[in-house]
Design a protein around this ligand. Structure first.
Ligand code: PMP
Length: 316
């Protein structure tokens, strides 16, 4: 099904960070027409700036725009806008090894609508913020609780696109989990309630022997760019990787569990709590496979190893 929305994006301008003006009738405020992306820029020792697979973020935004009945910037427009914003904010990029510049592109329905309909106008904007390394002193495990009542996404819904409403849907379960001392929530499929989906803002993998498995992309989980990259890196390093339905029982019986995402990179999972019982992984929750893949990916993203996959875009 296609929306009959055309739309083009004119060359944007760089403005100092600040509030933006929106009509109270803007589509994004009333009917949730909003998409975002997240990626990072790293500074290298020879003072270059690296982006990691920005065309993947551009393509994911285009796919999401189609689902949300929005026009979207082309891959080229997206990447040019990201590059211009990063270069204009170069002074905010932390020194090598000390963090990165987090880049947040947003596509919103900015035109006015009263009755339920796609907005007549759209705005694409980008803001950036320096962020520290997710793990300050070596990898430390996160503790997840499996949510059995609330779901993040349902078949036919918008779970596979990065729309703002998906994140509103997880706030309640995530808040309750954090109040109980967990790092985050792991969601199950809403039909059988036994297959793993994903965590509030990252994908999940299980390790058993030399085999790594992750839930397949079937419309209810976000096709993470880190997920896709880790699948390739792990295969390249000799692991057998499967994208398939993964059950809670397999998760609880795994040797190792880890999550992937732009923010968390590769995060080992120390324990999972399900229906009041907890299972712990390894002696300190940081398995060897998670450590190996974390190291491979971060070294690649920071420009410390040869980019044989051709994933790095240099800005200078
Ligand atoms: N799932 C969800 C729901 C997310 O918000 C994210 C973060 N973008 C991910 C998975 C991981 O995606 P990526 O690796 O592209 O950051």
């Amino acid at each position: 099904m296609k929306c009959s929305l055309g739309g083009s994006f004119s060359k944007g301008e760089l403005v100092p960070f600040g509030n933006i003006e929106l009509s109270p009738c803007a589509g994004v405020l009333n009917y949730g027409q909003g998409l975002f992306e997240g990626l990072k820029a790293y500074r290298t020792e020879d003072d270059n700036i690296l982006l990691f697979r920005p065309e993947e973020n551009a393509k994911r935004m285009m796919m999401g725009a189609e689902r949300m009945c929005m026009p979207s910037p082309s891959v080229d427009q997206f990447i040019q806008a990201v590059k211009a914003t990063v270069l204009a904010n170069e002074r905010w990029i932390p020194p090598p090894g000390k963090g990165s510049l987090y880049i947040r592109p947003l596509l919103i329905g900015s035109g006015s609508v009263l009755g339920l309909a796609p907005a007549p106008e759209y705005t694409f904007l980008i803001y950036v913020s320096p962020v520290g390394n997710y793990f300050k002193e070596g990898l430390s495990p996160i503790n997840l609780i499996i949510e059995t009542e609330m779901h993040r996404a349902t078949p036919g819904g918008t779970g596979s696109v990065k729309t703002i409403g998906n994140y509103a849907a997880v706030l309640k379960a995530q808040g309750a989990a954090k109040a109980e001392g967990y790092s985050d929530v792991l969601y199950l499929d809403s039909v059988h309630k036994k297959y793993l989906e994903e965590v509030s803002s990252c994908n999940i993998f299980i390790v058993k022997g030399n085999s790594i498995s992750t839930p397949d992309i079937k419309g209810t989980i976000l096709p993470g760019i880190t997920r896709k990259s880790i699948i390739d890196v792990a295969r390249d390093e000799g692991f057998q990787v499967e994208e398939r339905e993964v059950t809670v029982d397999e998760l609880l019986d795994a040797d190792e569990v880890f999550c992937t995402g732009t923010a968390v990179v590769v995060s080992p999972v120390g324990s999972i709590t399900y229906l009041g019982k907890s299972v712990s992984y390894g002696s300190h929750g940081v398995g060897l496979v998670s450590q190996q893949l974390y190291s491979s990916l971060t070294r690649l993203q920071m420009g410390l190893v040869d980019d044989k996959m051709g994933w790095i875009v240099k800005l200078k």
